[in-house]
Write a protein that binds this ligand. Structure first.
Ligand code: UT7
Length: 327
């Protein structure tokens, strides 16, 4: 079986910074509360003329440069997002147009914050069967468009950004060693957007409250599930890769909440020095979180050839998953 290997990463975060102090002027909160409960100090917010695919096009530059692969060589684009440019067509098609990736097939994946891990797993499967050879997996969000800035339970958490990885068949020991995906649709209402879909279409019953287009979340319940599910998924992929936790060089978790990450690391028996963190700067960027962190880790020299890298994520759905990659 062929293994998929990451040969290029890229990321982009919009220029505008929204600090905790900015949020404290909008809702009843404080920098200290947000820092101590989440570890987030600031997040990025896209400009009004920046769509999610624009962020992806920026992120793609770094990945093309790192890999030496050109847009025309790409044969599949997978875009993980819950904030696509349009309901129709898929955001991956818009990315294809912006990159000039004329030879690609394109599809979106909706698995919220676990979307990028889902994309990696799909890419791995296509490469293993020889169907596609050069695949781009994007994770990108403009969550500021679906955040209710009057709800302090959610608005302090989310930010905008994009990340991407380019995968090709591996010719050596490197590549994705194991992936695990899982969902529990009975918990759908713990984290969801009630309005705008076929369940509650806008327009059919007259005007509706615009906050119904925003993220609704039961943070406490998500929190407990996140620690359990990311821990469980991580242990499974480490075992499936034939490794012990001590052999993992770097853990790149979904950057949702510092306390969740610390609890997962503790569950795995992994010291925090082996955990890559950037949530202080970006907050929770959902599907963008893992590829943004992965790209920064690579560019900071935290990931080297031969390293075993663990990644895990969870999100609305509920969905969750993990992967072990030998770099
Ligand atoms: O990618 C997946 C996305 N979702 C998540 O990652 C969410 C996971 N959950 C969390 O990160 C945490 O549950 C939160 C950060 C959302 C909340 O932290 P918590 O320690 O679970 O707080 P809590 O919900 O138990 O609320 C404690 C108190 C409440 O006040 P009362 O009822 O005790 O008086 C909240 O109303 O904190 C209050 N509170 C706030 N206070 C100041 C909630 N949000 C805020 C806020 N500023 N922004």
């Amino acid at each position: 079986m062929l293994r998929a290997k990451i040969v290029g990463t890229g990321s982009y975060a919009p220029e505008r910074i929204m600090t905790n102090h900015d949020l404290a002027k909008m809702v009843e909160t404080s920098h200290d509360w947000i820092m101590s409960r989440t570890g987030i100090a600031e997040r990025r917010v896209a400009a009004s003329d920046q769509s999610t695919s624009d962020l992806c096009a920026e992120a793609a530059r770094g990945a093309f440069e790192m890999s030496g692969i050109k847009a025309e060589e790409i044969d599949l684009i997978i875009a993980a997002t819950v904030t696509p440019d349009y309901h129709l067509p898929a955001m991956a098609c818009v990315i294809q147009k912006k990159l000039g990736a004329v030879n690609a097939a394109s599809m979106d994946v909706v698995a919220a914050c676990a979307g990028f891990i889902h994309g990696l797993s799909i890419a791995q499967a296509y490469i293993a069967t020889g169907t596609y050879k050069k695949i781009m997996v994007f994770g990108a969000e403009v969550l500021s468009t679906i955040t209710n800035y009057q709800d302090r339970n959610t608005c302090v958490l989310f930010g905008d950004g994009a990340g991407v990885a380019i995968l090709v068949p591996s010719e050596d020991e490197s590549g994705i060693l194991s992936t695990y995906l899982k969902s529990d649709g009975t918990l759908d209402e713990l984290l969801y957007i009630p309005g705008g879909g076929t369940e509650m279409p806008f327009g059919r019953n007259g005007d509706q409250d615009s906050t119904l287009r925003c993220i609704h979340m039961r943070g406490n319940e998500i929190y407990k599930h996140a620690v359990r599910s990311m821990g469980d998924a991580s242990m499974r992929v480490i075992k499936e890769a034939g490794l012990e936790t001590e052999q993992i060089s770097l853990f790149v978790p979904h950057q949702a909440n510092m306390r969740i990450i610390q609890a997962v690391a503790k569950r795995l028996g992994m010291p925090m020095e082996k955990v890559f963190l950037n949530l202080e700067k970006y907050g929770n960027t959902s599907a963008a979180s893992v590829p943004l962190a992965l790209d920064e880790a690579v560019r900071q020299g935290r990931i080297k050839s031969g390293d075993y890298v663990l990644s895990a994520a969870f999100g609305g759905g509920l969905t969750w998953g993990a992967a072990v990659i030998r770099w």
